[in-house]
Design a protein around this ligand. Sequence first.
Ligand SMILES: *Cc1c(COP(=O)(O)O)cnc(C)c1O
Ligand SMILES: [Zn+2]
Length: 417
Amino acid sequence: MSFMKGLKCRECGKEYPKEALHVCELCFGPLEVNYEYEKIKEVLTRQTIEKRPPNMWRYKELLPLESDPSVGAQVGFTPLIRAHNLGNALGVRELYIKNDAVNYPTLSFKDRVVSVAISRARELGFKIIACASTGNLANSVAANSAACGMESYVFIPHDLEQTKIMGTLIYGATVVSIKGTYDEVNRLCSEIAGKYGWAFVNINIRPYYAEGSKTFGYEMIEQLGWRFPRHVVVPMAGGSLITKIWKSFNELQKIGLAKNLDSRIYGAQAAGCAPIVNAVKEGSELIRPVRPNTIAKSLAIGNPADGYYSAKVMRDSGGWGECVTDDEIISAMKLLAETEGIFAETAGGVTLGVTKKLIEQGRIPKDESIVVSITGNGLKTQEALYGKLNQVTVINARLAEFDDLVRANGKEYALKS
Ligand SMILES: *Cc1c(COP(=O)(O)O)cnc(C)c1O
Ligand SMILES: [Zn+2]
């Protein structure tokens, strides 16, 4: 049973049928999925959810499908870990990591949005799946399309990491590399969507796609024992995830599954591409597009589709926006790996680097609960670390050489006898 009512313009409120529409014809505002919350409130309890299998579909009443998903049944319910070591390093009392670096099947939070988008596109009768991507979406669209036997076209900017390109080609997708920035890729894709009528998951299917991100928020709250964290730090590219985490918290409060919403939401970007953070810092509602230049390629969107709404989430929740340099991104990637054993991609370095900065600035107090959103896996952005880590030590297979090494390191170990 579906509780999806239809689409609704975020600006003027005009309602639309549940079709492949994404822009309001009256005011050009973005369309969003609307639900029958009163009915959901009657049927959905914490116990019902807790009895279901550990994947994102345990919140299916709050997702925009008319039947069961046709792809991605295993996606989601990634770990929320209490990060004691990292918390000690940052001097804070209650720190958590929501870890989508291990999301199934392509190791980023994009599997959440893609499983919803492809399932919905199939319900709407589309035959070809496509996307404009900064990397992780490409991986996920290619993998999930393959898994459900759909043909896929993936459009990327030409300078993506090799691992992300490889991790798309392997699934048999047609990969089109565009000589331009993501924003230029996106503009071309809008034209292709119009002309060919394919399901571009993040363009004409965007209202449905974006809803998948809400599960990152629902899980966080359920895993905290149905409690809202005081502070949540979220990486931003197009700005969809941050707005949907906020929507998910408000929905849980509205249907009575969690109480006393007092979370502050903070947006994180790389200094080399921080259009949303710039607007927040300037107190401006206007997002000024930038030309990206950062190692955090997955976040390199210079003209973010949901920039305006992301800035509003930070303002409305009492949060803030901050950015970090490429060096700070790498330091934070190392810090996360060395303290918690989690290898996150560059976007994770952005999020943790910004969290550290906000704590140092006193914007996030040290004695309140904090969740850091880790959204992608470090194995996919290894290029960013070339020449940035310690060298491996090479010796011959002789005990004496190892003894020399230990001596050279200046360490003392008790010997067995
Ligand atoms: C896509 C992406 C994001 C943010 O995406 P939005 O466009 O802001 O929803 C964050 N982290 C990673 C690793 C991503 O791939
Ligand atoms: Zn409108």
